[in-house]
Design a protein around this ligand. Structure first.
Ligand code: CTP
Ligand code: MG
Length: 398
């Protein structure tokens, strides 16, 4: 059965209005998008969710339809938009009406819970697929809860049997639809969808909720949005480069350099337009990979006479300047030299120290490894050498 998610974002956000300057909380800008989009992105990472329905206040519907249309391209999921109603349960019902016929399962989620995780959504879906008609995430209650009427305590339910309820709540669509229609017909007023199933006599199962999955409700919750903003995103860049060995003295023959360090290798030279530092070339490609900016061939064409025998350290400087302008923060560099000859291990620490210096990193953040390919292939036959580079870094979130 296909699963869809309904994101309810049609409330007025009344309790927060004084703190937001009149903006309904689901439309607060967070991570460059309206808050409701945070949940959409999480559901976009759940392979089992086939589409999304957004429920918006009537008066915001057309603007938000345009915005969702614009954003939906990045998500790769069909998105539908529909107007909500006066109560949350009306908004959910309208959302259910907008589901396509093939949606057999649905997650109902509050737009005001931006920290929902794909893992939690997956656990709700797992329980549904195991046969439950309704599934809710719950967390244990830590405060003692009292039933209070007119300022007087009427009773104290056993705390161990109480649970706080979150969204996404998962349902078999036909069961939830029926429950909503019955609620309409019989005038039920509920605060969550599970309550409808309970009233209809269906079993509702629970899965453990997540303590971080809070609902932004009061002014003090806004600080969660400040703290929760990941200002950077991690990235990993991969670089690979090969150079051919040729006779020293042949045209374009360069003495072997790795990581800016001259490596004594009698009778060996590499063929290159620049100084042929294959390690720095792989490293630059990995850095450009992090930036999403192609490869060094594009930046420094080997047809450019100005680059004849140029030091790769100079080229690296130019790449690092681009990285600096983009705000790239390099965390770790892992380099593997693959060569049958010469032996790299005596030079490993020198290379490591020099690469760390060039990148402005502590030596512990750079690893240089070397291997042969057991006399196999072109490195094994001593025809050339190659280097593989991995750069782990972070970039500011645009
Ligand atoms: N919601 C909705 N339609 C309504 C009421 C609420 O779609 N008529 C949505 C809200 O947008 C929110 C979620 O249901 O994402 C949970 O409701 P709540 O936290 O109570 O939000 P609001 O009703 O908007 O806030 P308040 O109660 O402070 O006015
Ligand atoms: Mg409300």
């Amino acid at each position: 059965m296909d699963a869809w998610a309904v994101i309810v974002a049609a409330g007025r956000g009344e309790r927060l209005l004084p703190a937001t300057g009149g903006v309904a909380k689901q439309f607060l800008e967070w991570q460059g998008h309206p808050l409701y989009w945070a949940s959409a992105r999480v559901f976009g990472r759940c392979a089992r969710i086939h589409g999304l329905v957004f429920v918006f206040p009537e008066n915001a519907l057309e603007d938000e339809r345009c915005r969702v249309q614009r954003l939906a391209g990045d998500l790769g999921l069909p998105c539908r938009v529909v107007a909500g109603g006066a109560r949350r349960q009306d908004s959910v019902r309208h959302g259910l009406d907008a589901l396509p016929a093939e949606a057999g399962l649905v997650l109902i989620h509050d737009a005001a819970r931006p920290f929902v995780s794909a893992v939690l959504a997956g656990q709700v879906l797992d329980a549904l697929q195991a046969g439950a008609a309704g599934v809710i995430p719950v967390t244990p209650v830590t405060d003692t809860i009292k039933v209070v009427q007119d300022g007087v305590v009427r009773m104290t339910p056993d705390r161990a049997s109480l649970a706080a309820v979150q969204t996404p709540q998962g349902f078999v669509v036909s069961t939830l639809r029926e429950a909503h229609y019955r609620a309409e017909a019989e005038g039920w007023d509920v605060t969550d969808d599970a309550m409808l199933l309970e009233r209809c006599g269906h079993e509702v199962r629970t899965v453990p909720g997540e303590s971080g999955n809070i609902k932004i409700t009061r002014a003090e919750d806004l600080s969660m949005l400040e703290r929760g903003v990941p200002s950077v995103r991690m990235c990993v860049g991969y670089g690979y480069d090969v150079h051919r060995y040729i006779e020293p003295g042949a045209p374009k023959a360069r003495l072997l350099r790795l990581g800016g360090v001259a490596i004594p290798a009698e009778g060996l030279a590499v063929q290159a337009h620049s100084d042929g530092d294959v390690l720095l070339h792989a490293l630059m490609d990995a850095l450009l990979g992090c930036l999403g900016e192609g490869d060094i061939g594009q930046l420094f064409p080997d047809s450019d006479p100005a680059l004849d025998n140029v030091s790769s350290c100079v080229l690296l400087e130019a790449v690092l300047e681009r990285a600096r302008q983009r705000g790239l923060r390099i965390e770790h560099v892992d380099l593997t030299v693959v060569a049958q000859k010469p032996r790299i291990s005596p030079h490993r620490e020198t290379i490591r120290g020099n690469v760390a210096r060039l990148l402005g990193l502590a030596a512990g953040h750079v690893c240089v490894k070397a291997t042969t390919e057991e006399q196999l292939g072109f490195t094994g036959q001593g025809l050339g050498l190659k280097v593989v580079a991995l750069v782990t870094a972070s970039l500011p979130v645009a």
